[in-house]
Design a protein. Sequence first.
Length: 118
Amino acid sequence: EVQLVESGGGLVQPGGSLRLSCAASGFTFSSFRMSWYRQAPGRERELVAAVSSTGSSTAYADSVKDRFTISRDNYRNSVYLQMNSLKPEDTAVYYCQARLERSAYVYWGQGTQVTVSS
């Protein structure tokens, strides 16, 4: 059974930091590109950051560049999102996605809530 389990969300003050984790199981993690998406109330889900299957390549949304860092550990079958200098507009449910490129295999986690508020 494929599982993506996010953790690490919570309430943080503006300017604070959080580290999200996504633990994967049930598929060959090291073959999949991993991404973090987020969805705020009333808005569409948007791509936040992505990392290639080997970890050698990353990409970020302009809104989070220089504040967020995506990384992965193919030995622990996990992907992470380090979020610094958080802003209220970062408030959203954050989702982990696994995608096998050039295929229809896409898996999603259940999401973790991040709230940035004073």
